[in-house]
Write a protein that binds this ligand. Structure first.
Ligand SMILES: [Zn+2]
Length: 128
């Protein structure tokens, strides 16, 4: 059964057992986790960063871009939008391949520019 809603749970680290319909957000590890919204029971981990997934919280949660579970047998594809799950169409094999290549380019560019930012944050937190 496809879920229609997702509620946020903010925490430091994830519980061992995830509950369906909950989006677990670790602000400490900048990562979110949930059980696939198609109810197949698979855990879906989404790293949060400008180059990966961006989460917004305004009392409800939204996450961009869409979540495409291409590595799972269900291949489900959806967007979390203000707590609602909006189902999207499945991608063809070619579209999945293009999407992965594009993701890698975006990540490579982000790591190239974020190195300085991370080290500045680290030094600031250490008081240096
Ligand atoms: Zn699924």
């Amino acid at each position: 059964m496809r879920l229609t809603n997702m509620v946020p749970e903010f925490m430091t680290s994830f519980p061992e057992q995830l509950e369906p319909g909950h989006l677990y957000v670790s602000t400490h590890f900048s990562t979110a986790a949930h059980l696939c919204a198609c109810s197949c029971g698979s855990e879906v981990i989404t790293p949060l960063s400008p180059a990966q997934w961006v989460l917004t919280f305004d009392g409800t949660i939204s996450m961009r871009p869409s979540i495409g579970n291409w590595a799972l047998p269900c291949q489900s594809h959806y967007v979390i939008d203000h707590g609602a799950i909006r189902w999207a169409r499945g991608f063809t094999r070619d579209e999945i391949q293009r999407n992965r290549e594009s993701d890698h380019r975006t990540l490579d560019a982000a790591y190239a520019t974020q190195g300085g930012w991370w080290s500045r944050l680290f030094h600031r937190r250490k008081g240096t």
